[in-house]
Design a binder for this molecule. Structure first.
Ligand SMILES: [Zn+2]
Length: 244
């Protein structure tokens, strides 16, 4: 009740009545919030940029008990380059959709918020490929939600996974991780030695791997995407925007 301040990122937005917008905010200390931005569609509105997707800032909100509305916002980053590049935008849109699934009302998500914010910064301003950024984002999302992909030992026989050139590895969605060449079934999804090394690098370094020149294959990307869909029990509309 009353007025309060929180950092947040706009992860969803719908037009509401003639001039208003309903925003879905991701707040590190309050989880997912549905808030009304009055007159946000007006070109002269002070809330115009604060009600754009991806906008991050310090929001002053007012809760009447029934509804919460935006009083003002100090924008810290609008991640503008995401709007200028279709590939970056499609990956960013997928991240937003994942956040809308994972983040729950009244559930603080400090670590995941920071991971998301840093991932957006890499996507908007970094030199790594959007596919690599989203792969690291998904690996972090899975880990922080208790579904850390198993990449060090075969999820079937338990032997240590040593990435080798010319070897074929598998990825099991049911077991939630990599299969060694001996356990890899021929008709399953396959990974190369480099894919295994990249996944181990991601799980060890997180977003720092992007600064080290990580470049993942579509096999790694889709293994993580399919795992996210299976573990979160959902599909993502924006997956259709991705072009490979
Ligand atoms: Zn094995």
């Amino acid at each position: 009740m009353g007025q309060f301040k929180t950092n947040a990122i706009v992860i969803g937005r719908t037009d509401y009545r003639d001039h208003d917008r309903m925003l879905t905010l991701f707040s590190p200390d309050r989880g997912r919030l549905e808030v009304l931005a009055r007159r946000a569609k007006s070109p002269k509105s002070p809330l115009l940029s604060a009600s754009e997707l991806f906008c991050s800032g310090e929001y002053v909100l007012y809760s009447s008990g029934e509804h919460t509305s935006v009083v003002s916002c100090q924008v810290t980053d609008a991640f503008y380059p995401l709007r200028e590049d279709y590939e970056r935008l499609s990956h960013g849109t997928l991240m937003l959709e994942m956040c809308r699934v994972v983040v729950q009302p009244e559930q603080p998500e400090q670590r995941f918020f920071l991971h998301f914010l840093r991932s957006l910064a890499h996507l908007a301003y970094g030199s790594a490929s959007p596919r690599s950024v989203t792969a690291v984002f998904m690996a972090g999302l899975l880990s922080l939600n208790g579904f850390r992909p198993a990449v060090r030992k075969c999820t079937c026989c338990g032997n240590a996974l040593i990435p080798g050139e010319g070897m074929t590895y598998g990825f099991s969605l049911t077991r939630g991780g990599i299969l060694c060449p001996a356990c890899c079934i021929a008709d399953g999804r396959t990974l190369t030695g480099k894919d295994v090394a990249d996944m181990q690098w991601i799980m060890k370094e997180g977003l720092a791997a992007l600064d080290g020149g990580l470049k993942v294959s579509s096999a790694v990307f889709y293994a993580l995407l399919e795992m996210a869909k299976k573990r979160l029990e959902c599909t993502f509309q924006s997956e259709k925007m991705l072009a490979f």
